[in-house]
Ligand binder design. Structure first.
Ligand code: 5MM
Length: 333
């Protein structure tokens, strides 16, 4: 198969050592939850302020290579009228777009879901490309429950959706990030999380290869492998690092351009410490870095408090968090 060099170049820019990806792709409803933390109503002007603080933070480009946006933010602009995608591009940050349309119940499989959004995806990609997007993200959701969940059927159907999305993205010169999120909430052990994540990734990469997706122009966004948040024994950073890397070595082909992590509801500190422990394990076949959302935004929201006079402090807190994660991605904390 002929390789698409544009994809390779974008993936390489996104995976520049010492940088990571900011996942600011909250749907408008989830952006409302962030605004709730700072006691602001979920209105377009406040969502714009929130996103403007993130995207215009001075020096964020030192630590962030790409930003994942939501449909309403890639169409939006700063108060001064500069499109957000242009703000990012001017800083040398690659604009990205979340294209999945959320999950629906998988009928017949209690508690399991399948991600929607393939309809008209080629047309949507063409428009997003014109708006400046050069990479994209699609998230599937894997919940660990009783012995049978996740089922092989739900892992397979979600892998097919991810593969179809990745094919369409690459045909539009857009680098796909595939995100099979193994949910942290639950009372499962570390061993169970490792088994489930390994199986989910093996099925995913087998499916991506069957559908002829070019792995050198694709990024995996993964959960860290850790015990459920209500399991009796919480996982130390060293255990997380060992289990996570064992999982990747069992399931991710070396051809994959790189791996980035979601934070999954872990605290900012814990997400950063775990990333640092993973990086300290030494060089791996793939570049590995962060693509956190909550773990990056939380300190910034606390500093902002929804008050205009705190915008500078909020941006400083944001950049500090990105710097810490940059150091962690190099194992230098
Ligand atoms: C911002 O969270 C994203 C999902 O938002 P919606 O549910 O509003 O669509 C999500 O895709 C996020 O990018 C990743 O799951 C990583 O987020 P965390 O907070 O786990 O690092």
């Amino acid at each position: 198969m002929k390789k698409n060099t544009k994809l390779y170049e974008t993936a390489t820019a996104l995976l520049e050592p010492g940088k990571g990806i900011l996942a600011a792709d909250e749907s408008d409803a989830t952006a409302g939850k962030r605004l709730d933390m700072v006691h602001l109503p979920n209105e377009p002007e406040h969502r714009r302020d929130f996103r403007e603080i993130l995207f215009t933070a001075p020096d964020i480009e030192k630590y962030v290579s790409g930003v994942i946006m939501y449909d309403s933010s890639i169409r939006n602009s700063t108060k001064d009228g500069m499109p957000f995608a242009d703000v990012l591009t001017a800083k040398g940050i690659v604009p990205g777009i979340k294209v999945d349309l959320g999950v629906r119940d998988l009928e017949g499989f209690k508690g399991e879901v399948v991600t929607q959004g393939l309809d008209n995806l080629a047309e949507r990609f063409a428009e997003y490309y014109d708006l400046g997007a050069r990479f994209a993200k699609w998230r599937s959701v894997i919940t660990i429950d009783e012995d049978e969940t996740p089922t092989e059927q739900s892992l397979k159907i979600n892998a097919i959706m991810l593969a179809r999305y990745a094919q369409i993205a690459q045909a539009a010169d857009i680098v796909p990030i595939v995100e099979p999120e193994v949910i942290h909430a639950g009372d499962h052990s570390l061993e169970r999380a490792e088994l489930v994540t390994t199986k989910a990734l093996q099925i995913l990469f087998q499916t991506l290869l069957e559908y002829r997706v070019d792995l050198s122009g694709l990024i995996l966004k993964s959960s860290m492998v850790l015990a459920g948040d209500s399991y009796s024994d919480q996982t130390s950073p060293e255990e997380v690092a060992q289990a996570t890397l064992r999982t990747f070595h069992m399931s991710v082909p070396h051809a994959c351009a790189g791996i980035v992590f979601l934070s999954g509801g872990q605290s900012p500190e814990r997400s950063t410490q775990n990333l640092n422990a993973i990086a300290k394990m030494g060089e791996q076949p793939w570049p590995i870095t962060f693509s956190f959302s909550r773990a990056i935004e939380e300190p910034m929201l606390k500093a902002w408090g929804g008050k205009p006079e705190n915008v500078q402090a909020a941006q400083e807190a944001l950049v500090k968090t990105c710097e810490q994660n940059s150091l962690a991605s190099l194992g230098k904390l």
